[in-house]
Design a protein around this ligand. Structure first.
Ligand SMILES: Cc1cc2nc3c(=O)[nH]c(=O)nc-3n(C[C@H](O)[C@H](O)[C@H](O)COP(=O)(O)OP(=O)(O)OC[C@H]3O[C@@H](n4cnc5c(N)ncnc54)[C@H](O)[C@@H]3O)c2cc1C
Ligand code: FES
Length: 400
């Protein structure tokens, strides 16, 4: 309800109560005629007057609360382009979502993921203890805040990257589901509304876990040319909220809601540098999107993709990547198994995937790299790439 309506309603209620009390008192005086009755009437009258004062005071306090308190709607100015209203009780994340502006929020507002960072230029109050652990000193200096913690208790001016203003909410239907490995599922969804999505190869969306107000990030595993049907590769985390739902409960025909696209981990298409991709586990997803896109566009860039798995049963999309290799001469796929099983009959590369990178890559001074996978693997990969001469700002990664 609008603030002006709330105030009007409260004032009307207070005035009506007051009039009711005064009229009742006057009528009582008429009805009671004897001295004793008048005394009784007068005491009733004074009680009624007291009540009326209380009603009026309560009304005034409520009006003051709405006018001055945290309930008051505050203005949020975004990039000097958009102005929206938010309740002082909601977090900035909620207020923006209420206005269909979606910013990344992998932990559902628990102040643990640090994805919901926004620059607050004015308003927002002091930095909260819950924010400090997730912000660097530089970010604090620049006014970066966690949108899931900050409340709009005063008018605010914030800055959001323009691409976040393009993020939309989607409803999709699951059209295919199958196991790629013992713990990774291939999920294919067809968009129902809106019917298409535009994203860059490498970006991710945030899926809503049905029944919980929780979102989880999943990289799109298909190329951007597939605008109406997108794919994911999702690894089951034991007892994990979203992945247990996806692995154990999700069925073909079910609906999924997500927002997106998000992320700065995407293929830089304005470059002609050689590309090195390194991935492990579910980190296959954004790299598959990047490689498929490069192949579709037949980009004349040298592309090497290194994928690490424990044994053959953890290796997936191998046939597809070998087929891309055959049809796209610039592309080379290397797979390495760290613990091949005897029944794997594996004659390919063994050891950590970083050993294979070290073996096949010479100087990477001119290259750019896209890495995705578990943090220890990526840390090791960055070290090897740096030893090969790559410049740190050309190493992009998503750790998960
Ligand atoms: C940008 C981005 C893109 C991502 N893309 C993908 C993707 O394409 N495919 C994919 O499978 N995942 C992806 N993830 C990870 C995904 O967002 C979830 O974090 C993951 O699926 C776990 O969600 P959950 O709800 O099942 O577990 P939660 O309920 O969030 O966690 C349950 C427990 O497991 C722990 N945990 C959470 N994640 C991991 C992990 N990876 N390894 C070990 N323990 C963990 C938590 O600390 C917690 O204790 C991505 C993450 C990010 C940030
Ligand atoms: S949503 Fe995770 S820190 Fe804000």
């Amino acid at each position: 309800m609008k603030r002006s309506w709330k105030i009007a309603l409260l004032l009307t209620a207070s005035i009506l109560s007051y009039v009711f009390v005064v009229v009742s008192a006057a009528m009582l005086s008429q009805v009671f005629s004897s001295v004793a009755q008048i005394a009784t009437a007068m005491s009733i009258q004074s009680i009624l007057v007291m009540i009326s004062i209380l009603v009026v005071v309560t009304g005034v306090l409520a009006v003051a609360d709405i006018t001055l308190g945290s309930h008051e709607e505050k203005e949020i100015n975004i990039n000097d382009k958009l102005k929206l209203k938010g309740s002082g009780q909601d977090t900035l994340l909620t207020t923006l979502a209420n206005h269909k502006i979606f910013i990344p929020s992998a932990c559902g507002g628990k102040a643990t993921c640090g994805h919901c960072k926004v620059v607050v230029e004015s308003g927002g109050g002091d930095l909260l203890p819950t924010e400090k652990g997730l912000l660097t000193k530089q970010e604090m200096k620049e006014g970066v805040r966690l949108a899931c913690q900050v409340k709009s208790r005063e008018d605010m001016k914030i800055h959001l990257p323009d691409d976040l203003l393009e993020v939309k909410e989607y409803t999709a239907e699951v059209v295919a589901l199958h196991d790629l490995t013992r713990d990774i599922k291939h999920v294919k969804v067809r968009l129902l509304s809106p019917k298409t999505i535009h994203f860059r190869p490498g970006q991710y969306v945030q899926t809503l876990v049905p029944g919980f107000e929780a979102f989880r990030a999943y990289s799109v595993a298909s190329p951007p040319s597939q605008m109406d049907t997108i794919e994911f590769t999702i690894r089951h985390i034991p007892k994990g909220l979203c992945t247990t739902y996806i692995h154990k409960a999700l069925r073909v025909g079910d609906k999924l809601k997500f927002t997106g696209p998000y992320g700065h981990f995407y293929l830089k298409e304005d470059s002609d540098r050689p590309i090195v991709c390194i991935a492990g586990g579910a980190g296959m997803a954004p790299i598959r999107s990047i490689v498929s896109h490069l192949k579709e566009k037949n980009m004349p860039r040298k592309v090497s993709y290194y994928f690490g798995a424990r044994s053959k049963r953890d290796l997936f999309f191998e046939d597809e990547l070998r087929s891309i290799e055959e049809n796209y001469p610039n592309f080379k796929f290397y797979a390495a198994l760290s613990e091949p099983a005897p029944e794997d009959n594996w004659h390919g590369e063994t050891g950590f995937i970083t050993d294979t990178v070290r073996k096949y890559e010479d100087s990477l001074v001119d290259a750019e790299a896209y890495l995705c996978g578990p943090p220890p693997m990526l840390d090791a990969a960055v070290k090897v790439l740096m030893m090969k001469g790559i410049s740190q700002e050309r190493v992009l990664f998503d750790k998960f």
